[in-house]
Design a protein around this ligand. Structure first.
Ligand code: AMP
Length: 410
């Protein structure tokens, strides 16, 4: 059997890579327009960085992290998400002395999930974070940015924004307790996976996709009923500002996000075109996170988008295959050929040379690509120090000197 990539990982090339590059260009452009600075952090971090913030009972920490012993026995983890490493980096490098600190990054994340369409074990994420701002304007601004990016990635697609609020930490604590009590009444009716979460992570039962769970979720307690006045006002103001900016959204009371560090605003951009892995971008507010990581007690809001899922929805990119072909009629003309190649390349002219020394094959390849020019070097050209250029679309050719050919092709 052919060698294969590790299960859940994939190679990116051809159309997908063209799309990846376009995505990167759009992200860089909008990062600049919205005034975010890029940060590149290491792929390995110490395991402790993730355990507490993500939640000891979160799926990621319980079963998805790639963790290994370093040679000195310290535990390292391949980052499963970007928010925590970004805040770690902001603390490590004293970036939080300047607030707001607006950071973004693109890069690989690692989670040992069951691979399926749109779900990989190594995948790439785009991350945007605004650190140090409590104002709902930051929540709205970062959603506007996501909306702008999605409209640029695929202008023709309709992407739905769902929002919810988890209230403050105290709201969430009481809500979780009540949720747990509610689910205990249905222990035997819930899916096996959800049964295991009743005491440890009842929030996650709310966004289960299992039919049995969905039925029970319909009458589950709603977080809005546990909001403090402040949390409730905050959510109202957030919704109003979002509407004022003409962003349409839907409130989804069962939207909870998978990691422990979220509070107040949470949101997801979803599509109907990708099957069950339908979330393109997910994010929210994480006010206590910097402090948990040993930094200042500052708030934060951000999101992560899945590059592979976005690429799946992007239209194919037309690649201009029209090339200038250099055709040598015999291997003995190599050094003469390289003199020309060097000159053309110095003048930023791209030339395609297939190392084949076969006029018929090379011409048929050039025709296939619908290319316009072929430069042919045979015995006569070498002797007379000249070049034959063939205009493939017109089926005519002429003989030129080096200067003339550069002038023509520039
Ligand atoms: P999360 O950090 O789980 O909120 O994920 C944020 C986004 O990353 C999701 O909305 C997906 O688009 C993408 N994503 C998360 N997990 C995976 C995965 N295993 N494979 C591919 N994309 C993923």
């Amino acid at each position: 059997m052919k060698v294969q990539p590790v299960r859940g990982t994939h190679d990116i090339y051809g159309q997908d890579l063209l799309k990846y590059k376009r995505l990167e260009a759009i992200v860089n452009k909008y990062a600049n327009i919205y005034d975010f600075s890029e940060i590149i952090t290491p792929i390995i971090e110490s395991t402790d960085l993730f355990k507490k913030p993500l939640g000891e009972q979160s799926d990621v920490v319980l079963k998805e992290m790639y963790t290994f012993n370093d040679r000195n026995n310290s535990l390292l983890t391949l980052r499963p998400e970007y928010t925590t490493p970004m805040i770690r980096a902001a603390i490590s490098n004293n970036l939080l002395e300047k607030i707001p600190q607006k950071l973004f990054g693109i890069g690989p994340m690692f989670r040992r999930e069951r691979p399926q369409k749109g779900r990989y074990r190594q995948f790439n994420q785009i991350n945007f974070e605004i650190l140090g701002i409590n104002d709902i304007a930051a929540d709205v601004d970062i959603i506007l940015l996501a909306d702008d990016l999605l409209k640029n990635f695929f202008p023709d697609k309709k992407i739905d924004l769902q929002i919810n609020s988890l209230g403050d930490q105290n709201t969430l604590k009481i809500f979780k307790e009540n949720l747990s009590l509610y689910f205990q009444k249905y222990t035997n009716d819930l899916s096996e996976e959800s049964q295991n979460k009743i005491h440890t992570n009842p929030l996650r039962i709310l966004d289960s996709k299992n039919i049995k769970d969905i039925k029970i979720n319909k009458s589950a307690p709603k977080i809005f009923d546990y909001f403090s006045e402040e949390a409730s006002d905050r959510f109202d103001n957030f919704k109003k500002l979002l509407s004022d900016t003409n962003i349409s959204y839907e409130i989804n009371p069962r939207l909870v996000r998978g990691l422990d560090y979220y509070c107040h605003t949470v949101f997801e951009f979803k599509t109907n075109d990708l099957g069950s892995q339908d979330t393109l971008i997910g994010g929210g507010r994480y006010d206590g996170l910097a402090k948990i990581l040993g930094g200042p007690d500052i708030p934060g809001v951000g999101w992560a988008g899945g590059v592979e899922r976005i690429i799946m929805l992007m239209k194919d990119i037309n690649k201009n295959e029209n090339k200038i072909h250099l055709i040598l009629l015999h291997p003995s003309f190599k050094s003469y050929g390289f003199q020309l190649l060097n000159q053309l390349r110095k003048n930023n002219i791209a030339v395609y040379f297939d190392y084949k020394y076969d006029l018929k094959k090379s011409l048929s390849k050039a025709n296939k690509l619908n290319s316009e020019f072929a430069i042919i070097i045979g015995e006569e050209e070498v002797e007379k120090n000249q070049y034959t250029i063939k205009y493939l679309h017109k089926n005519i050719q002429e003989v030129l000197s080096l200067e003339q050919i550069i002038k023509k092709l520039k």
